[in-house]
Structure formats: structure tokens, C-alpha cells
Ligand binder design. Structure first.
Ligand code: BGC
Length: 860
């Protein structure tokens, strides 16, 4: 490589490929992008140079005169399967001084093409118990005689797998390979097992559960085997020896299989039945399938589910004799690891619940038909430590029954194991209000519980599906809490896979409700809104490029339904769960909601086209958006800014203002009507899934910041703080899913872990603390600091790991004044919009402190 020139600044750090992968193994992208961070003290990059080495091949970008330090393109030949690549970067700062080279970073490609697979799909011959969800046990023994240089397992399943090599678990992933649209795409995992192999005999085994592939899905108990009937494995162990030779041990007819292992049944919804007395004895040669199938096999392009934390029991109660209830103090998703005394041949039953009934017993009605129960039958008397395999539960309480008589339960018998996609936490929001902080905590727990490989509506009942509307409203908030660029990109790929030929987006992705095709504005628009939000928050243009066609196809569907820009016949879920609504769909007419989202999506497609340099498209779709806006305004608003041809609902006003659908001159009037509607009901919201995310923002942007703050701090139903006052530790599906006064809401739809109303998180960090991205300079290359000081707070603070480094905005009251502290990371800039009304100021990297008089301290 080139000799380093005089190095004055420290080197770049945090080297990443495709935005957020640090030294990945089994990487998916043959043409990655490169990102890095500059050291503190550097204001701006003026040029960079990247060197990439792969074996004897090298690519050198040369000095590129650019301030780009994220998503810098690779310009060499595409990488191939198994390539191991080293790269490094250096930069030139604002004074023209060159940094030293960074430490090298690495990535290793997984298997990129179907032709890399020599393995066959295997499964035990015969069938397991069809009344259950049986788990396939597979095994193979093989000798190793030469010295190993490197060994990799490439593996995927039609179902969920866990591997074991020489008695030790391979990797720390759970629910692998995850949930994609399996007929179209199967993700593969790569594991480095170099040190796990040994010379002599080796034994490799796998458990494959039904999971999302062949297990129960949806609320119809009969919907099983949605993708296929039996779990199957595809695996390739590739061993390279020090003498240059290599060997592949693949899943094939040499393996043996059985359904007779201790896991009698393991079902995502129903739980696991484990009988330690059973050991597979009926090993038989496996059934194999020579055809690799039509689904794309690709390295998993985002982090798998892992154990992300554990919770200890806080209290034990005994509401009924022999039934011990452990309280983990937090509604969570995953499972219970138990360490308990057992008696030979006796079964321990583990029940779960998010809430307790008044008598202290478990409230499980809201699980609906999901049995969510684990059982363990002991082979011998003693103490066991056990956790299930291919199931997960949404719970705060764990009930053990069937324990040996006379035992005294101990808190350490039950540990809550929190499982979710192993994304990096990125954002923190704190304030002087304990309740607001609890709300932030509830939002983050809602995200943890519902980011189990795909974004779900809820994690506990017989649903747990990738509902598009819930994901759409929560996406911006999610992007603050965790680095979920790759998570969203993967799910959007499944959305592309499952888009209907006519352009509609199914209600859930992956689509397992095929008889119920998508038609719901606000849900389908996940296809336009999520790519846009992800782009704005990361600066990754590929998320727009990859999804552009899907976005235009959705728009085409809207266009086809429209009559003069209106959508008189549109269906959908409406403003779902609006409090006091006449139906579950709320009181805002479906056609109004439809046109609002049609206009919004058209505008986003135009904006995306503009970013992608598709100028003709940008003009075309921009004009379409304009026409639809006009139709909307003409149909639904009078000259006085009042809703017409529709009932006056908060959401009707909110959507018109949030999506910029009415002429500027009537906006203040419409906002005044909205504010009045809020006041009319004692400063309460009357919005459902679609209106709620934008309500505070719209009020504040139009001169009603104090009302926005009052709404957020409202304690009586319906409000964000109401569930907190009832003891909520997660977001609830309904504001009154439970109340101390009236007990539980209708159990048919009563999730205690539903993140949709957590969408307020966006307003909390963008406005209360004041850290807001700038769509014109995405990925926080430039951002806004625009705190809004409310009378309810003495301080607020947001901190975010942006692609450029840590940014923060924090304000605090001091002796009647307000002090504002701002941190701008290297190579980024920020414009500070001061709450005291002084002229905005744009600053480059660094830490800043401002003092403002009391006039800053009260919102309008
Ligand atoms: C889900 C929601 C979803 C809705 C569609 C429900 O069953 O839990 O969150 O968006 O259906 O209306």
C-alpha cells in the first residue's frame, strides 16, 4: 500500500460497510459502500482515499475530493463468494492535512450464488406428530485428519435451526434464519467454526423447528404449514486445510434424522413441550431433495435475533396453592430460563402473562388462541437449568406449577431472557419528568419486543405479524432508538417480494394473509414512507433506489382507483382504534384518508425521484401529487379552513396539515379548528393509529405548542401518560387496555406491547430535546437543533449516534434562564433555531453552549 504521508489528525475510526456492518462475516453485498468517522477535533473532510485488498487483488480509490464519509462507493470488481477483504481509509481535513491510515477493517463474503451450494435439503424421513409442531433432529459424524486452516458453516433452514458441533452450540443466534417471504428468499448464515472442529471424529447436529415456515401463524388455528409442511435444513461445512486442500461436508444422504428428540413440540405461538426422557433412538437416513428450490439464497443482510439482555425476578407471589408467580418488573419478549428442582417423570408447567388479574392470577385472555405455555418433563430428580428453543413469549409474569411438594421458590429460579434482532442502540432521550422518561422507556421496550426479525404489531397473541401500518408510523422513532437501517432494508425487500401484481401492498409482510389483499391507506404507504424516512435518517440512497419501482407501482394502484384525484370507493383500516370512534376504524372517512395518503405517497415518490436524479419522474409525480392535493383540498376543505363533506375529526385536520394538502392561506384557520377540537374535549386526543403520530407536531408547527405539550402531559384517558399511571412498562394497543378503575379492555384486541402509539418518540427527540434531521442533507450531515421549551419541564436531552458520530441537544433551566448545549460531530454541521426567537445560527463540528433569557422558556 502507499506510504503514509505526514499524518497530523488521528485516523478515521468506526469503519463500516453498507452503513452499519462492522467487520461482518458472511456479508451479503458484492459491491459494498464504505463509511467511517473522523476523530474529534476535525471539522470537515475535504478528501478521502480508500484502499481495499482481497487476496492479490487491490482497489485504490486514489484521493477523492469529497466530504463524503458515509456510503462511499466501492469501484472495483464485484467481490465473490467467500472473499475475505481488508480495507482502510485516510482523509484530508479542512486544513489540507492528511490523516494517517485507519486500522484495517475486514469483511468476508458469504455464499452469494445458488451455484455455490453443493448441499441438499434434508429432513428426517417420515413425519413427526402432526397434531404438534415437531422438531427435526439431524446429525452427521465425520473425521478430520489434516490440519485445519479455516472452517466455515454456511447454513439455512426452511424453519428455524440451532446447530451444535462437538457438543457446543454454533454461534449465538436464535430464530435463525429469520422470517422472509420464504418462497422468494431464504437468508443464509455463516459461522466460523475453525476452532470448534478437532482432529479425529467430529459430530455435527442440528435441531430444526417449524417456526414461521411450517408452524402456526395467524389467529386461525388451522393456518399451519403456510410455506411448507416439514422443517428442512441446508448446510455446508467447508474446511480449508493448511496444505492447500479443502473438503466440504454438506447436508446430504449421509445424514441421519429423527423426530424423536426431547422437544416434543415447539411452536412460536403455543410454546414448547420438552420431555427430557426422550432421546432420539430411531435415527434413520434422512430424506433429501436434490432441487435447491426457487427461493433466492442470500447471506442474511441484517443482524439475527440474539439474547440482548436478561432480567431478574423482583418478587414471587402464590395466588393459588402450588402456583408461583414471578414478577420480572418489566413487560418483555423472549422466554424464561428456569433453574429449578424437578422430580423424575413429573411435568413442570410454565405459563406467561403480561398482566395479572385482580386476584393475582395470570391474565392470559389477551393471548387469544396462542397457548404460550412451556412444559418440562423430568428424566431424573434433581435441579435443571432449561430454556426453550423455537418459541417466544410476551410477558412480565412467569408462573411455575408442578414443582416438587414443599419447595420454597427462590427469585433466581426464573430469569427473563430478552430476545430481539441484535441492533445497536443509538439514541437516548431523557428529561426532568420521570413520567416522560418512563414513556421513552416504554417506547424502547415496545421496539425491543416487536423487532424479533421483522417489525411486528405485537409479540404475544396469535398474531405477531409484520403489520405495515404499525411499522410505518413507528419507523422514525425506531431509527432514533436503534441503528435499524439494515433491518428496514431487509423487511422492505420482503415487501417487494410480496407486493401484489396490481401494486397493492399486503397488510402484513411477509404476507401470510393472502386471502385478504392489501387495500389500506396508511398501511400500504409503508412502501413509500419507510424508504423515505430511512433515507432521511441515514443518507443511504440505495434504500430509495431499491424500492423506487415498488413505490411507483403502489402509486399506480392509487391512480387506478381514483376518480378525479378522489378515492370514493377506497377501503382500509381507517384511523384505527380512534378513542370514542363509532367503529374500530374511527370517524374520519376512509376516502379522505385514502386521498391524503395518495397525495403523500405521490409527493414522496417525486422526492425520491429527485434524490435519484430521475428528473422526469420527479416532475411527473410532483405534478400528480399537486393534482391530488388540489382534489383533496377542494373536496374536503372550505375557504374558512373547515372540514367539509366529512365529519370534523382531529385526524381530518391533522392529515391535511401534516401532509401539506391545503393551501397556505387556509392552514392557520384549519389549525385553529383543530386546536379548538382538542380544547373542546378538555385537551384530549381523538386520533387513532394514523392521526396520533402527527398530532403534536401539527399543533406545534402551527402555533399551538403549548397545547401539544399539554396533550403529551395529559394524565386522563386517552393520553400517553394514562397507561403509565396504570403501571405500563411498554406501549399498549389501546390507551385503556387496562385501568385501575375499570380493569381490562376487550380481550379480543388487548395487547400490552404494541408500539404504534410510541410514534410520539419522534416528536420527543426532534422537538422537545430538539435533535432533528434535515431531509436536504440526510443522515445528519446537516441537522437542526430546535428545542421547544415546555412549562412542564426543567430539562430535556437527546443524544444520537449519527453516521458521523455523537450528536446531542440538551437544554436546562438555570436561574430563570435556559441553557442550551449542542454537540455536532466531525464532518457535520447543524443549524440552531433558538427558542427565544433570535436569529438561527449554523455551526460546524464542536461543542457549544448558549444562554437564553426567560423568554425562551415558555412555549406558545
Ligand atoms: C393489529 C394492528 C394492525 C391492525 C390492522 C390488528 O390486529 O394488531 O396493530 O395494524 O390489526 O387494523
Amino acid at each position: 500500500m502507499l506510504a503514509a504521508s505526514l499524518a497530523l489528525a488521528g485516523p478515521a475510526t468506526s469503519l463500516r460497510v453498507d452503513g452499519d456492518f462492522i467487520n461482518p462475516l458472511g456479508f451479503y453485498d458484492a459491491m459494498p459502500t464504505f463509511s467511517w468517522r473522523l476523530p474529534a477535533g476535525v471539522k470537515k473532510q475535504t478528501a478521502y482515499q480508500i484502499q481495499v485488498r482481497c487476496g492479490a487483488k487491490m482497489w485504490d480509490s486514489g484521493w477523492v475530493m469529497s466530504d463524503r464519509s458515509t456510503f462511499a462507493p466501492y469501484g472495483g470488481a464485484p467481490f465473490s463468494s467467500r472473499d475475505r477483504v481488508a480495507w482502510r481509509v485516510r482523509f484530508r481535513d479542512e486544513n489540507g492535512q492528511d490523516s494517517s491510515w485507519s486500522e484495517p477493517a475486514f469483511f468476508e463474503l458469504g455464499l452469494l450464488s445458488d451455484s455455490d451450494w453443493k448441499a441438499r435439503w434434508i429432513r428426517p424421513s417420515g413425519e413427526g406428530d402432526q397434531g404438534k409442531e415437531p422438531v427435526a433432529c439431524l446429525r452427521r459424524e465425520f473425521p478430520i485428519v489434516k490440519k485445519i486452516a479455516r472452517a466455515r458453516i454456511y447454513v439455512t433452514a426452511r424453519g428455524l435451526f440451532e446447530l451444535s458441533l462437538n457438543g457446543r452450540r454454533v454461534g449465538d443466534d436464535y430464530f435463525a434464519n429469520g422470517w422472509t417471504s420464504y418462497h422468494k428468499r431464504l437468508d443464509t448464515l455463516t459461522y466460523d467454526v475453525t476452532s470448534q472442529l478437532r482432529s479425529g471424529e467430529n459430530s455435527l447436529s442440528a435441531l430444526v423447528g417449524t417456526g414461521w415456515y411450517a408452524g402456526r401463524l395467524t389467529w386461525e388455528p388451522k393456518v399451519k404449514d403456510f410455506y411448507g409442511g416439514s422443517p428442512e435444513l441446508l448446510l455446508q461445512l467447508e474446511v480449508a486445510y493448511t496444505d492447500g486442500s479443502s473438503e466440504t461436508i454438506a447436508s446430504d444422504g449421509k445424514w441421519e434424522g429423527s423426530f424423536g428428540g426431547p422437544i416434543v413440540s415447539s411452536s412460536l405461538y403455543n410454546g414448547e413441550e420438552y420431555d427430557a426422557r426422550r432421546q432420539p433412538s430411531d435415527w434413520k437416513p434422512v430424506a433429501t431433495d436434490a432441487a435447491i428450490g426457487n427461493a433466492r439464497l442470500m447471506p442474511k443482510p441484517f443482524p439475527p435475533v440474539r439474547v440482548c439482555q436478561t432480567l431478574s425476578s423482583r418478587a414471587i407471589s402464590t395466588p393459588q396453592p402450588g402456583r408461583y408467580v414471578f414478577d420480572l418488573g418489566q413487560n418483555m419478549v423472549g422466554w424464561a430460563r428456569v433453574k429449578i428442582p424437578v422430580e423424575k417423570d413429573k411435568t413442570i408447567t410454565i405459563h406467561f402473562a403480561e398482566m395479572l388479574n385482580a386476584d393475582g392470577t395470570l391474565y392470559t385472555k389477551n393471548y387469544r388462541s396462542a397457548e404460550s405455555t412451556d412444559t418440562y418433563t423430568a428424566a431424573a430428580t434433581g435441579t435443571i437449568e432449561w430454556q426453550p428453543h423455537f418459541t417466544f413469549h410476551g410477558f412480565r409474569y412467569v408462573e411455575l406449577s408442578g414443582l416438587p411438594a414443599g419447595v420454597v421458590p427462590q427469585k433466581d429460579w426464573v430469569t427473563g431472557v430478552v430476545l430481539h434482532s441484535a441492533l445497536q442502540p443509538t439514541g437516548k432521550f431523557t428529561s426532568s419528568s420521570p413520567k416522560l422518561n418512563q414513556l421513552q422507556s416504554n417506547i424502547v421496550w415496545g421496539q425491543r419486543g416487536n423487532f424479533v426479525d421483522i417489525p411486528t404489531d405485537c409479540p404475544q397473541r396469535d398474531e405477531r405479524l409484520g403489520w405495515t401500518g404499525d411499522a410505518e408510523v413507528f419507523c422514525p422513532t425506531a431509527m432514533f432508538n436503534y441503528d435499524c437501517l439494515s433491518f428496514w432494508k431487509s423487511w422492505l425487500e420482503s415487501m417487494r417480494d410480496d407486493q401484489e401484481a396490481d401494486g397493492r401492498i399486503p397488510h402484513v409482510i411477509p404476507n401470510v394473509l393472502p386471502r385478504w389483499p392489501g387495500d389500506s391507506p396508511g398501511w400500504m404507504d409503508a412502501a413509500t414512507i419507510i424508504p423515505w424516512q430511512v433515507y432521511v435518517r441515514t443518507g443511504d440512497t440505495s434504500v430509495l433506489a431499491e424500492n423506487f419501482e415498488m413505490m411507483t407501482k403502489l402509486l399506480g394502484w392509487y391512480r387506478k382507483q381514483s376518480i378525479g384525484g378522489l378515492l370514493p370507493k377506497i377501503g382500509g383500516f381507517g384511523d384505527w382504534l380512534q378513542p370514542y370512534g363509532k367503529t374500530l376504524k374511527g370517524d374520519t372517512p376512509l376516502p379522505l384518508i385514502g386521498v391524503a395518503y395518495y397525495a403523500r405517497s405521490a409527493q414522496l415518490v417525486a422526492d425520491a425521484a429527485h434524490v435519484l436524479g430521475k428528473d422526469d419522474d420527479a416532475r411527473l409525480y410532483g405534478a400528480e401529487a399537486g393534482k391530488v392535493r388540489q382534489a383533496f383540498a377542494g373536496q374536503y376543505f372550505d375557504a374558512d379552513g373547515r372540514l367539509k363533506n366529512a365529519p370534523e375529526t382531529q385526524t381530518g385536520y391533522v392529515l391535511a396539515l401534516a401532509f401539506d394538502l391545503i393551501p397556505p392561506e387556509i392552514k392557520p384557520k384549519a389549525a385553529a379548528h383543530l386546536a379548538q377540537l382538542v380544547r373542546d374535549v378538555g385537551i384530549h386526543l381523538r386520533t387513532g393509529f394514523l392521526g396520533t403520530p402527527y398530532l403534536a407536531r401539527v399543533l406545534e408547527e402551527n402555533g399551538y405548542a403549548a397545547i401539544a405539550y399539554d396533550l403529551l402531559f395529559q394524565e386522563s384517558y386517552p393520553s400517553w401518560f394514562f397507561p403509565i399511571d396504570q403501571g405500563a412498562t411498554t406501549m399498549w394497543e389501546r390507551w385503556n387496555s387496562y385501568s385501575r378503575k375499570d380493569g381490562f379492555g376487550d380481550a379480543t384486541m388487548n395487547s400490552f406491547n404494541h408500539y404504534a402509539y410510541g410514534a410520539i418518540g419522534q416528536w420527543m427527540y426532534e422537538r422537545i430535546a430538539g435533535l432533528a434531521p434535515d431531509p436536504e442533507h440526510p443522515g445528519y450531515k446537516h441537522f437542526f437543533v430546535r428545542p421547544l421549551i415546555g412549562k412542564q419541564l426543567d430539562s430535556a436531552r437527546a443524544e444520537l449516534e449519527t453516521p458521523y458520530g455523537t450528536a446531542s441537544s440538551a437544554w436546562t433551566r438555570k436561574d430563570g434562564d435556559v441553557e442550551l448545549s449542542v454537540v455536532v460531530p466531525p464532518n457535520a454541521s447543524a443549524t440552531i433555531e433558538f427558542p427565544d426567537g433570535r436569529k438561527p445560527q449554523t455551526v460546524t463540528a464542536g461543542s457549544y453552549r448558549f444562554r437564553m433569557g426567560p423568554e425562551a422558556g415558555s412555549s406558545r
